[in-house]
Design a protein around this ligand. Structure first.
Ligand SMILES: Nc1ncnc2c1ncn2[C@@H]1O[C@H](COP(=O)(O)OP(=O)(O)OP(=O)(O)O)[C@@H](O)[C@H]1O
Ligand SMILES: [Mg+2]
Length: 448
């Protein structure tokens, strides 16, 4: 490879591949020569050491390189030695929310809700799998053909999933949901247009009133983010217990106990599931139980807790509509293995769950609360649902969906409970709010 090759590196696959190969080989040579001396993170000493070794190594290559490419090469080498190689620049970039590697030759990132393919590559399948193991080994995990899937978390809280062959057919895949340092608040979600002021006010009233809330949505639609934002409404005086697979929730209240599941690390090691933790949390004097996601037998324990005085619990579920969320809960209850007839499961669900918030990624990539529905017991076989808000899709403009949130006409089933707590709620059509970013008019949850 020569300087000319580098010059066309953005357009030419082969030279780009050469660039990544040279970068990796330099990184490996330098790393070997360091004998573990640069393992202490990005300290100025370690960077200095690498810089000096890099200068020597580049002279040895005898390739006449343009200055700006040497700089690019150097940055890549540092990222390879101290970080996650080709994806490190995206890990550092706060505007990137997700990094997806589909085999060594393809990397996508998510930026502002859009998927973008980036030019970086891993040099080989081996390079990619080494990088995956670099992530999971400090956590006592390993991924290979005999144990081809792994879930892990980076020290900064980012969530990692990896699948390698034989389960990953076209080469190892790595998916990183980056942990955003600042969790989005309900006001951020209003500013993004994911819901409107009046919905936010209504949800605040529901949380304060201790309704049991289910956030329903597909993968990556913003369920955890919304759950976190809703938890922000829980009054400071209450004791909150959060239960998650990987602790993603960030609550600002002082009195929060965070519990996390534990996978079996060794073959004779025990596993602690969400269900175990839900059962355990009931002995911890909770005022609120917030479960990151319901996707197994814990659904039954949660419903039983909700029906026996543990009000104000919240969780998320993977479903595409409020009705679908109810059926999914039924399935999960049946999965608990207690041989409960479906009619009994439905009865439990309809009396335990008070509110379902449906969130969705609509076709322009934006995330919207498309429905908020109150749940009010059974009528015959059917669970009674009363939509309170809906997103009204009115078409597209310049690739962006236009629409507005519409409030339902019916009085809330929980109006009396709102009133008992000095919260009176009266939904107002979105337009009447005259919402602006600065000086937004607060809604009509009046505390007298
Ligand atoms: N309303 C929103 N507007 C814009 N971005 C959002 C919104 N809600 C969440 N996000 C971003 O979308 C990504 C996914 O969010 P989140 O983890 O809450 O989704 P999820 O539904 O819980 O995903 P999963 O199904 O994987 O658990 C995050 O990067 C988050 O910051
Ligand atoms: Mg989630």
């Amino acid at each position: 490879m020569n300087a000319e090759n580098f010059a066309v590196s953005q357009n030419n696959n082969q030279s780009r591949q050469d660039h990544f190969r040279l970068q990796l080989s330099l990184a490996e040579t330098i790393k070997k020569s360091l004998n573990g001396k640069a393992n202490q993170g990005r300290s100025p000493e370690a960077i200095n050491l690498i810089r000096n070794r890099f200068k020597v190594a580049i002279q040895h290559t005898n390739i006449p390189l343009q200055k700006k490419y040497v700089r690019k090469l150097y940055d890549g080498v540092v990222d390879e030695i101290m970080g996650l190689g080709p994806i490190e620049i995206y890990m550092r970039d706060d505007s990137i929310t997700e990094v997806m590697v589909n085999g060594h030759h393809q990397i996508f990132v998510e930026k502002e809700g859009q998927l973008i393919e980036v030019p970086e590559r891993f040099v080989s399948e081996e390079h990619l799998q080494k990088t995956i193991n670099k992530i999971v080994e400090p956590l006592g995990r390993k991924v290979d053909a005999s144990s081809p899937t792994v879930d892990a978390r980076l020290p900064d809280g980012s969530r990692v999933n990896a699948v390698v062959p034989p389960c990953a057919v076209d080469g190892a895949t790595l998916t990183i949901r980056k942990f955003s340092k600042d969790r989005l608040t309900i006001n951020d979600l209003v500013d993004f247009g994911s819901l409107d002021e009046s919905m936010a006010e209504y949800l605040e009233a529901c949380v304060i009133t201790k309704l049991n809330i289910l956030v329903s949505g597909g993968t990556g639609t913003g369920k955890t983010t919304l759950l976190n934002a809703l938890s922000g409404f829980i009054p400071e005086r209450e004791r909150i217990i959060t239960i998650e697979d990987a602790a993603e929730l960030r609550l600002n209240q002082r009195h929060v106990v965070r519990l996390e599941t534990k996978p079996p690390l060794l073959s004779n090691d025990s596993e602690v599931t969400i269900r175990d933790l839900v059962k355990n949390s009931l002995r911890m004097r909770p005022d609120r139980i917030v479960v990151g996601e319901c996707r197994g037998g814990e659904a039954l324990d949660m419903l039983q807790a909700m029906n026996t005085g543990h009000d104000g619990s919240m969780t998320t579920i993977h479903a595409n509509s409020p009705r679908d969320a109810i059926s999914r809960l039924e399935t999960l209850v049946l999965m608990a293995g207690m041989e409960i007839p479906i009619s009994v499961a439905r009865k439990q669900i309809s009396s335990a769950i008070n509110l379902i918030i449906q969130i969705s990624r609509i076709r322009d990539g934006s995330r919207k609360v498309i429905q908020i529905t109150e749940v009010g017991g059974l009528e015959g076989e059917n669970v009674v649902m009363q939509p309170m808000f809906e997103f009204d899709d009115q078409g597209e403009n310049d690739g962006k969906v236009i629409g507005s949130f519409k409030a339902g006409r019916l009085r809330s089933m929980y109006d009396d409970q709102f009133k008992m707590r000095d919260l009176s709620f009266s939904p107002v059509p979105y337009n009447a709010l005259n919402a602006t970013k600065n000086g937004r008019q607060r809604m009509k949850v009046e505390r007298s």
